[in-house]
Write a protein that binds this ligand. Structure first.
Ligand code: PEP
Length: 252
C-alpha cells in the first residue's frame, strides 16, 4: 500500500489572524499542487475556523495541535475531538514533545487522545522522540519503542492503519540542529520495524512516518529523498512563507 507523503507546518502558539491569512495566501500562490503530497497547516486552536476559510479553493489541509480525549464534559479549557471534526480538521498532533514536557502528558494520555481521534476519523500525527540525554545514554531505541507500543496498545486493531507517526528528536526541535538524514533514516526504519513486530509487515508498510526537528529549505530535499521518510513536520520554518514554500517545492 502506498504511503501518504505529508508536509505539515506546526505553527505552535504563533501568528495572528492577519499574519496567518497572509502566510496561507503566500503558500497558495507560491507552491504547486502535487497530487501525491498533502500540505497541512496546523495553527493554534483559536485560528482553526479562520484556517478553514483561508484554504478554501486550495488543496491545503489543516489540523489541530492538541485535543482532549473525551468528546464533551467538564474539562474547562480543553478542545473536543468532535469539535475539531465539525471544524473540518483532517489531522491532529498528539504527544508533541512540548505537550509531553511542559504539560506532563504521559504515554497513557497520548494513547487515550489517539484513540479518541481515530474514533472521530481525524488522523493523529503521533510524535515520538528522544532527548539528548537519552541519545547520549544509548536508551533512545527503548524510549521510542515504548512510545510507539503504547499507542498501538490504546487502539482497536481495526484502526491501526489510521495512524501517522512523526519522529521528532527533542534535541533537534527549535534548536537549529537537525538529525542527519542517516540518523533520521535509522530511527524511521526502527519505528517501522517496531510497528511490523506489533502489527505485521503489511500494515507497517502502510503507515507514514514524518521527520520533524529543524527541517528547513536547505535540508528538506535530502530528508525527503530517504525512502523511509514520508514527509516532514516543520515548526519554525513553517512560519515563514518563503521557507515553507521552498520546503514544499523541495518535494518531487
Ligand atoms: C516541531 O515543533 O514540531 C518542530 C519540528 O519544530 P522545529 O521545526 O522548529 O524544530
Amino acid at each position: 500500500m502506498a504511503r501518504r507523503t505529508i508536509i505539515a507546518g506546526n505553527w505552535k502558539m504563533n501568528l495572528l489572524p492577519e499574519s496567518g491569512e497572509a502566510l496561507v495566501d503566500s503558500l497558495i500562490s507560491g507552491t504547486e499542487n502535487k497530487a501525491d503530497l498533502e500540505v497541512v497547516i496546523i495553527p493554534p486552536t483559536a485560528l482553526i475556523p479562520l484556517a478553514r476559510e483561508w484554504v478554501v479553493d486550495s488543496t491545503i489541509m489543516y489540523g489541530a495541535q492538541n485535543c482532549w480525549h473525551e468528546l464533551s464534559g467538564a474539562f474547562t479549557g480543553e478542545t473536543s475531538p468532535e469539535v475539531l471534526k465539525a471544524l473540518g480538521c483532517s489531522y491532529c498532533l498528539v504527544g508533541h514533545s512540548e505537550r509531553r514536557e511542559i504539560f506532563g502528558e504521559s504515554n497513557e494520555l497520548v494513547g487515550l487522545k489517539t484513540h479518541a481521534l481515530v474514533q472521530m476519523r481525524i488522523t493523529p500525527i503521533v510524535c515520538v522522540g528522544e532527548s539528548l540525554a537519552e541519545r547520549e545514554a544509548g536508551t533512545h531505541f527503548d524510549k521510542i519503542k515504548t512510545q510507539v507500543e503504547s499507542v498501538f496498545q490504546a487502539l482497536d486493531q481495526t484502526t491501526w492503519l489510521r495512524l501517522v507517526f512523526a519522529y521528532e528528536p527533542v534535541w533537534a526541535i527549535g534548536t537549529g540542529k537537525t538529525a542527519t538524514p542517516d540518523q533520521a533514516d535509522e530511527i524511521h526504519r526502527f519505528i517501522r520495524k517496531t510497528i511490523s513486530e506489533i502489527a505485521g509487515p503489511a500494515l507497517a508498510e502502510g503507515i507514514s512516518i514524518l521527520y520533524g526537528g529543524s527541517a528547513k529549505p536547505s535540508n528538506a530535499a535530502e530528508l525527503l529523498g530517504k525512502e523511509s521518510i514520508d514527509g516532514l513536520l516543520v515548526g519554525g520554518a513553517s512560519l515563514k512563507a518563503e521557507d515553507f514554500s521552498n520546503i514544499i517545492l523541495a518535494y518531487n
